[in-house]
Design a protein around this ligand. Structure first.
Ligand code: PEP
Length: 249
């Protein structure tokens, strides 16, 4: 950790029921979270209102996705305006499950980011390579291309957190080593320096995601360019998520 306030996001994905979420919220409300960490959770859309009404305001709310433009005749979608209305601060965009299972492409994701920012949401902008891309030596190229798509679309990086999430590490239990993660994080920072500005490079938080848990978080958090985490599976357990939030201290 080295840049800005440590940021930890919990991505609940398509998990939970009213009952299990009520238990998770109560565990989070009872957890001791260090002051100097930004914390957000991303419930499924339909539970955001329940979470917003019951969760401590210490923890911010993120959406897991948002529509690419103004709301209207887009069946099944949720707009950035609606997310703001219901009290969301953030939207996770470009998550690998949306890129690779749903088929969202770089340009579409870039537009979503620009629109979400225009409505006052912060964006957790996800990038990361597939296993075959890593094995073919393309990790940096893939990450740079995904970064460029965000950068071509957004007017400013002020309200963006970058999440580096190697796809082979997501939900697999196979975490990147601290060295593997640091190597990409510093490359991302250098890309920002070269292609955006020194200032953006030195201010933008770059968080790591991919099988982060209570056992591996502190070694990762020690890396100079790892400024937080995006956590999937382990964010469904309140006490473990709190351990990850507190791993930087
Ligand atoms: C994620 O989906 O953002 C993620 C990192 O998942 P997991 O922690 O379960 O690998």
């Amino acid at each position: 950790a080295g840049t800005g306030t440590f940021f930890v996001g919990g991505n609940w994905k398509c998990n939970g029921t009213k009952e299990s979420i009520s238990k998770l919220v109560s565990d989070l409300n009872n957890a001791k979270l260090e002051d100097d960490v930004d914390v957000a959770v991303a419930p499924p859309f339909i539970y955001i209102d329940q979470v917003k009404a019951s969760l401590t305001s210490r923890i911010e709310i993120s959406a897991q996705n948002s529509w690419v433009g103004k709301g209207g005749a887009f069946t099944g979608e949720i707009s950035a305006e609606q997310l703001k209305d219901i009290g969301c601060k953030w939207a996770i965009l470009g998550h690998s499950e949306r890129r690779h299972i749903i088929g969202e492409d770089d340009q579409f994701i870039g537009k979503k980011a620009a629109y979400a920012l225009s409505q006052g949401l912060g964006v957790i902008a996800c990038i990361g390579e597939l296993l075959e891309e890593r094995e073919a030596g393309k990790t940096f190229d893939v990450c740079y291309q995904q970064l460029k798509a965000f950068s071509d679309a957004v007017p400013s990086w002020d309200n963006i957190v970058i999440a580096y999430e190697p796809v082979w590490a997501i939900g697999t239990g196979k975490v990147a080593t601290p060295q593997q993660a640091q190597e990409v994080h510093i490359a991302v920072r250098n890309w920002l320096k070269k292609n955006i500005s020194e200032e953006v490079a030195s201010k933008t938080r770059i968080i790591y995601g991919g099988s982060v848990n209570g056992g591996n978080c502190s070694e990762l958090a020690k890396q100079e360019d790892i400024d937080g985490f995006l956590v999937g599976g382990a964010s469904l357990k309140g006490p473990e998520f709190a351990t990850i939030v507190n791993s930087v201290t």
